[in-house]
Ligand binder design. Structure first.
Ligand SMILES: [Zn+2]
Length: 476
């Protein structure tokens, strides 16, 4: 029976004209398998399909169709009369939204449980802009990629050359391997592997490790890691586009990060500096809440933000990993989800730099993913951001480190959870991408639970220690 593949275009792929090379790739791939392929902006009505046969429907963000597995499944179902077939458990990015057969007896859809994702734990869909970038680089690098089976692609991704390209985020940058913990220098370390989920940049199988854990101080660090001078190159337009598409806004009156500051009893006319502040959302929140404050927003590269300046917020370009922040100037320095991005060689310098810039008794407040939290480990959430996250810290590590620090004393600890704030979204993701029937079932269960009962997020963040910890240090 003739098989036709109908692909729905995806507006995300209009970014930087990415649809063209991907469409070309999908056409060549279908041709290799002798499958007719067509692209459309909306799926046609199934009743309007005039030519009889089997139709595969998919979205263009799933570009690497697993035709081998589908042909195998169709063979098994050829003994039955069916009209709709769903295949669960394919590697994300290789699957179909629907499989339809004309002329069959109308029936409930049948479901096949594929074991493909369980074999690889891989994700090659291009829903994230970071993944789109990596996939485009791989298309350029592996010329005959359209002829590969999923198994061959997975094995290619595990080769040293391609793994290093992926973990470099498709950039031509230098990376280095640490043979010891970059913080405490201990050589007794263990590699961690992602069994159940996948980093945002995708294209890494469960057999490649990119985080290592020190057995002595227990910090988790990116290994291999981009060379320090190359780190700015990974913050590119694809990365920024992921931020622009995200609706997450964790700084307002009701947010745990926003609330936390109230507990600190800062002076009425505080001078504050936010570092790594992106587009300045936190500084806007601060100025609105404390109009009398002298608020400065900073990030590595900054063009003047007229809208921030109009609100009375100062803006400053600041590379705190190499230049001085200042001397005894600030009552408060904040860094939300930033310290995990610092290159290991600069970590202690950055803490000293911050200490110098604070007045005596001034506060340094930051948040970062907390590996001690159970939720942080769920669906491998802690390892979602290589190569951007060079570290994964934990409450235990931070407390151990700062309880002996020359410049700081630990003042207050709080918790928040970007995972809980979007629990439904994360569970839907688990339902669609997890390697096992069991974890997909568990994700669906928690998703239903969260829809049907009100979850006290603050209480949950405190009792499971939050996926992120909010840490406040006081300048001695
Ligand atoms: Zn260590």
């Amino acid at each position: 029976m003739q098989i036709r593949h109908i692909v729905k275009m995806n507006s995300r792929l209009s970014f930087k004209d990415s649809a063209k090379p991907i469409q070309r790739f999908m056409e060549m791939r279908a041709q290799k398998y002798q499958i007719e392929i067509a692209f459309c902006s909306e799926f046609p009505d199934k009743n309007s399909l005039k030519i009889s046969g089997i139709y595969l429907f998919s979205d263009m963000i799933n570009p690497f169709s697993d035709y081998d597995e589908i042909l195998n499944v169709l063979k098994q179902y050829s003994a039955f009369d069916w009209t709709r077939l769903q295949v669960e458990g394919l590697v994300p990015g290789t699957g179909f939204v629907d499989i339809f057969k004309t002329g069959g007896e109308a029936d409930l859809p049948k479901t096949y449980y594929s074991g493909q994702q369980a074999r690889f734990n891989l994700q090659i869909n291009i829903f994230k802009y970071k993944r789109l970038k990596v996939f485009l680089r791989l298309l350029g690098k592996i010329k005959d990629l359209h002829t590969y089976s999923v198994e061959q692609f997975a094995s290619k991704l595990e080769s040293k050359e391609i793994f290093e390209l992926v973990i470099s985020y498709g950039e031509d940058i230098e990376i280095e391997y640490f043979d010891h913990c970059p913080v405490c220098r201990c050589k007794n370390v263990q590699k961690l592997y992602q069994q159940d989920s996948q980093p945002f940049l995708g294209f890494i199988t469960k057999n490649s490790s990119f985080y290592t854990r020190c057995l002595q101080c227990e910090v988790i660090y990116l290994n291999p890691c981009p060379k320090r001078e190359d780190i700015p190159r990974i913050y590119d337009e694809f990365d920024r586009q992921d931020f622009a598409a995200s609706l997450n806004f964790p700084y307002d009156e009701k947010s745990q990060r926003g609330n936390f500051l109230e507990k600190l009893k800062l002076p009425e006319k505080s001078k504050s500096l936010d570092m790594g502040g992106g587009i300045g959302k936190f500084s806007q929140f601060l100025k609105k809440k404390y109009p009398a404050w002298d608020v400065t927003h900073s990030d590595f590269e900054i063009k003047q933000y007229p809208e921030l300046e109009k609100m009375g917020i100062q803006t400053r370009a600041l590379d705190f990993t190499s230049s001085s922040i200042g001397d005894s100037q600030f009552d408060l320095i904040t860094m939300w989800e930033v310290i995990e991005h610092i290159h290991p060689e600069r970590l202690e310098f950055v803490f000293q730099n911050i200490a110098r810039a604070l007045v005596r008794g001034g506060m340094f407040v930051f948040s970062t993913p907390n590996f001690d939290s159970s939720l942080c480990k769920a669906l491998d959430f802690y390892s979602a951001c290589p190569p951007f996250h060079t570290f994964v810290f934990s409450e235990t590590w931070l407390t151990h480190y700062f309880s002996k620090h020359a410049d700081f004393e630990i003042s207050k600890i709080g918790y928040c959870s970007d995972f809980l704030d979007d629990l439904g979204g994360w569970m839907k993701y688990g339902q669609q991408t997890s390697p096992s029937i069991s974890l997909r079932g568990m994700s669906e269960f928690v998703s239903v639970l969260s829809e049907n009962s009100k979850i006290d997020k603050e209480l949950m963040a405190d009792s499971v220690e939050g996926t992120e910890i909010i840490y406040c240090l006081k300048r001695k």
